[in-house]
Design a protein around this ligand. Structure first.
Ligand code: ATP
Ligand code: MG
Length: 447
């Protein structure tokens, strides 16, 4: 373990604290940085809390400016680092489950008591003697050691003040590998409906952190168990209890199948991208809508990829994701079954699939989909081998035949141009024609 206090960021932070203390103010490292330091997780974001008022902080540090005078936060630059230096504050009653009505400058203890979870409420004085550096008003150290997320004070009150904390609790449990304290957990279940008051942008930002964590499955399970999923993505709740044919899906219903896939993403050779993770979560999202049962009892989900792409788009638009992510997820969901056909398609098709920027993700989605169901990876392996024996294609070749050529041949421009040119291009990719004249003969375009 590298001692946090010897890192450059901690030494820069120490210099800021020393400057504040030299003028008679109290000053501490606070919140996430203290938590992560004690957990032996690299700290890349350091917050400082002080008794100095914002204008006093501004006067001490030449390279500083305030970022919200009402909240008492001043940004102080020291060398290459920039720290939030916040005056100890207390917050009044909350409006709209998110914003305090007033803020008042106060003591270190009161400042800790307004924070969300005990593990985020630790103060650390790097200038004190070793053994006396930690100031713990909320038994945060004990919860850190026991790996427990617990609100500071009554959970019902704290979640009603600010409903974003419902999701933050789950996010910290997932990313730090902690358990939720029983009372905190029960309160999340009771107050889950309050999440509807939080902006979708903030919800999406927490979801991203949960999904990018290797323990994303635990996150989805917590969202389901607490009832939060009902308010964020009821479409995912509907996967629970959506039965599938046991011979194809011995693992269980669509929800279980999806959860296993979320875990299997960790075995890939690369870290999964956010688009791939979202596509995994939503790949079968339309199965409950497409379910039919045949006379022999076999369960089918005709068209679930195409409809799934539409449902995925609706969900991600609702959560105001950027169009680039939505486009990627829609593409992956729409095409998530097509590699089942990889042993039969012509080169033209395969080369087009391979040339797509999301090819690696498509392949990976197929791997986890097959591995989490009947475990038959034949098509996946076939696709990998076929890729190896195909020319390395970063960009598809320029078509040898174009619209101008058709006009030259005396054809009238019209909708059929597209079909003719597609046929010519597929023949080119399949290696059946190499030059313009061959393409013209192949399609019998000369009269
Ligand atoms: P990370 O930055 O790694 O996500 P963090 O604990 O630093 O974790 P921030 O959102 O940066 O989280 O907040 C810094 C600190 O501010 C927290 O540790 C916590 O003490 C306090 N805090 C942040 N958000 C809230 C909130 N919604 N309610 C109460 N306290 C909060
Ligand atoms: Mg932080």
């Amino acid at each position: 373990m590298q001692d946090f206090l010897t890192t450059e960021i901690a030494r820069a932070g120490l210099a800021v604290i020393q400057a504040l203390k030299a003028r008679g103010y109290e000053a501490f490292f606070v919140g996430g940085c203290v938590r992560d330091y004690l957990l032996d997780i690299p700290v890349n974001d350091l917050d400082i809390a002080t008794s100095a008022l914002p204008e006093e902080v501004l006067a001490i540090f030449p390279h500083s400016h305030h970022v919200g005078i009402a909240f008492g936060v001043v940004l102080v630059t020291h060398g290459q680092y920039c720290f939030d230096v916040a005056t100890f504050r207390e917050e009044g009653e909350y409006d709209d489950c998110r914003h305090p009505q007033w803020v008042k400058f106060t003591s270190a203890r009161q400042d800790v008591l307004r924070r969300d979870f005990t593990i985020n409420g630790l103060l650390f004085d790097p200038t004190a003697q070793v053994g006396n550096q930690l100031i713990d008003y909320v038994e945060g150290r004990l919860d850190l050691d026991n790996r427990v997320i617990r609100t500071i004070g009554d959970p019902d009150r704290r979640f009603n003040e600010d409903a974003l904390r419902l999701l933050r609790a789950i996010r910290f449990a997932v990313t730090k590998d902690f358990q939720l304290d029983k009372q905190t957990y029960d309160s999340i279940c009771k107050n889950a409906h309050l999440i509807a008051k939080i902006s979708v942008e903030r919800i999406a930002s927490e979801l991203n952190k949960i999904l990018l964590s290797p323990r994303r499955r635990y996150g989805i399970e917590l969202l389901m168990q607490t009832g939060l999923m009902d308010y964020i993505m009821p479409e995912v709740t509907a996967l629970c209890g959506c039965d599938q044919s046991p011979e194809h899906h011995p693992e269980g219903d669509v929800y279980i199948h999806t959860c296993i896939m979320l875990d299997l993403l960790n075995d890939g050779s690369d870290k999964p991208t956010l688009s791939l993770i979202w596509a995994t979560l939503l790949h079968d999202i339309a199965k409950p809508l497409c379910k039919s049962v045949e006379e022999n009892g076999r369960i089918r989900f005709f068209g679930h990829e195409a409809l799934g792409a539409e449902v995925a788009e609706t969900i991600l638009k609702r959560l105001k994701y950027p169009n680039s992510l939505i486009d990627d997820v829609v593409y992956l969901v729409k095409n998530h079954m097509r590699l089942m056909n990889v042993q039969n398609v012509r080169d033209s098709k395969f080369l087009k699939w391979m040339a797509h920027p999301l090819w690696k993700e498509e392949l990976e989605l197929t791997r986890v989909d097959c591995a989490s169901s009947n475990g038959n990876l034949e098509n996946y392996h076939f696709a990998c081998e076929r890729e190896k024996s195909s020319p390395v294609i970063k960009q598809l070749p320029t078509p040898i035949l174009n619209g101008r050529d058709l006009i030259h041949l005396g054809l009238q421009p019209g909708p059929e141009f597209k079909t003719i040119l597609e046929k010519a291009y597929d023949a080119q990719l399949d290696g059946l024609v190499e030059i313009k004249d061959e393409a013209i003969d192949f399609l019998q375009l000369r009269h």
